[in-house]
Design a protein around this ligand. Structure first.
Ligand code: ARG
Length: 497
């Protein structure tokens, strides 16, 4: 739980704000009038209350507050740098930002739907303390502001998911390491195919999640471009210094040079990062859903390969004997929700003309939910896997099925000079014979075997030694014991704390 809470913390440059904020949200009287205070100059009448409730986003985008405050600090510092704010004004605004930041962290700021979103709520709160903040929105629009806040959020979110993925990887690796000598059937078509070590099977998960890490790291890099200064869509006539603000916010390359978006229209219309994040979450969820399905099967009485930790299972309200793998079932179920968010984002963005359209306000709903769900899912999977133990006896029984080494027998014939297609056919006949005699493949009598192929007059039964079968598979990526040790060492090094 602690880690999942800390997934919602952010330290822009100094000081950490912990999310989620306590609920302090509510619509207030005179909403329409207040709302006009920010953009109401051209309106003779305020919006209907129904419209305000419909259009507000502060109920969900308030979690952008730490990023919005960081953007306000950077933007005003830049305004001072170019001479659009005096030192005194800047000081007053920064002091007020500190106060509002603390109010938010303490759950004391009253979020007000009349001010629509997190940006206007913060601006109003700051202006109430320091009237100088009437200049805070100089040379800026909420369009470039929300784009900048979102990029900061996505940088933070991808970093946080990578941390959770690495913790998961370490747990899978330690279970793999402990189960290098436990063997189970590997499956294709959910039919027993060939034997593998439990470690080899678990290392397949490590591969899957390592690709997720790469995806989230790439997303972090793609988010690292600053759109601030793009204005509503066409920049500003005021003499701003975009690089100054970008550097202040950490939008820099390895050498410390500012990374700036290069088309103001694209910068405020672009939601690729949201799609990328939705996709990265969707693939990751697809991975943990498949892992969950494997373990659900392994946990069934029919397989009986694993024992799950009580802490991540639940009982039945009716059947006293039941211990259900609910954590894994929910992981499988939640993957649908996470994939659905990506679909929502695509549908929302695809028909929009450039540039900003209010539809885009809904983008945050999806990525916040995906981030929250992926974060808790990865922790639950980690908890379930690290508390899981393999039932060696059942695994040994399942893997003792000699049919699993039928392919090895064909390979043995190949080594004896038989063409593989013929060898395949020969072993097929051996399998049929074994079935007919109701004996395991390795117990087909020598006389029968020899009749099927003359080469089977020799010591073909050697292939039915599991240890030999595994040692025969030492090519890169194969389940041979040396190869497994190598892979475990490689990944352990990669994910060392
Ligand atoms: N709350 C808005 C959003 O998230 C901020 C941008 C509003 N821009 C505007 N032109 N109304 O999309």
């Amino acid at each position: 739980m602690a880690a999942w809470r800390s997934a919602a913390t952010f330290a822009p440059h100094s000081g950490t704000i912990v999310l989620p904020y306590p609920e302090a949200f509510g619509a207030s009287d005179g909403m329409a009038k207040k709302s006009q205070a920010t953009w109401g100059g051209r309106f003779s009448k305020g919006p209907a209350e129904l419209m305000l409730n419909f259009s507000e986003s502060v109920s969900f985008d308030k979690r952008l507050a730490p990023f919005d405050i960081a953007v306000n600090r950077a933007h005003t510092a830049m305004l001072h740098h170019v001479g659009l704010l005096s030192r005194r004004e800047l000081k007053a605004i920064h002091k007020a930002l500190d106060v509002v930041e603390k109010q938010i962290a303490d759950g004391k700021l009253k979020w007000d739907a009349a001010f629509e979103d997190v940006h206007m709520n913060i601006e109003q709160a700051v202006t109430k303390i320091a009237p100088e903040a009437a200049k805070m929105h100089t040379a800026r629009s909420r369009n470039d502001q929300v784009a900048t806040d979102s990029r900061l959020f996505l940088k933070h979110a991808s970093e946080s998911v990578v941390k959770l993925l690495k913790t998961l990887q370490r747990s899978i690796l330690s279970i793999a390491e402990a189960n290098q000598n436990v063997f189970i059937p590997g499956y294709t078509h959910l039919q027993r195919a060939q034997p593998v070590s439990v470690a080899h099977h678990l290392l397949a998960y490590v591969e899957m999640f390592s690709r997720d890490i790469v995806r989230f790291e790439a997303l972090h890099d793609a988010a690292n471009w600053c759109p601030l200064g793009s204005g509503a869509l066409a920049g500003t006539t005021l003499p701003i210094d975009r690089a100054f603000a970008a550097k202040h916010l950490g939008f820099v390359d390895k050498r410390g040079n500012a990374r700036l978006t290069t088309n103001s229209m694209d910068a405020v219309a672009d939601r690729d990062l949201f799609l990328d994040f939705g996709h990265a979450c969707g693939v990751c969820a697809t991975h943990f859903s498949r892992v969950a399905e494997d373990i659900i099967l392994w946990n069934s009485s029919e397989f009986g390969y694993v024992e799950l930790p009580d802490a991540f299972c639940t009982g039945s309200s009716l059947m006293p004997q039941k211990k259900n793998p609910d954590s894994l079932e929910l992981l499988r179920g939640k993957s649908g929700r996470i994939i659905g968010s990506l679909q929502s984002l695509y549908t929302m963005v695809k028909g929009l003309p450039l540039t900003y359209n209010r539809d885009l306000q809904e983008d945050k709903v999806q990525i916040f939910d995906s981030f929250d769900q992926i974060s808790i899912c990865l922790q639950v999977l980690e908890g379930t896997i690290s508390g899981m133990s393999f039932r060696d006896d059942n695994c040994a029984t399942a893997v003792s099925d000699a049919g699993l080494l039928a392919t090895d027998l064909a390979d043995w014939l190949v080594n004896e000079g038989v063409a593989f297609r013929d060898a395949h056919h020969v072993v097929g006949s051996m399998v049929a014979k074994a079935e007919g005699l109701k004996v395991p493949l390795n117990e087909v009598p020598q006389a029968d075997a020899k009749k099927i192929h003359r080469k089977l007059g020799g010591d073909w039964r050697v292939v039915f030694d599991l240890g030999r079968a595994m040692k025969a598979r030492e090519g890169v990526g194969m389940p041979g014991p040396k190869q497994i040790k190598k892979q475990i060492a490689r990944w352990t090094k990669a994910y060392a704390k």
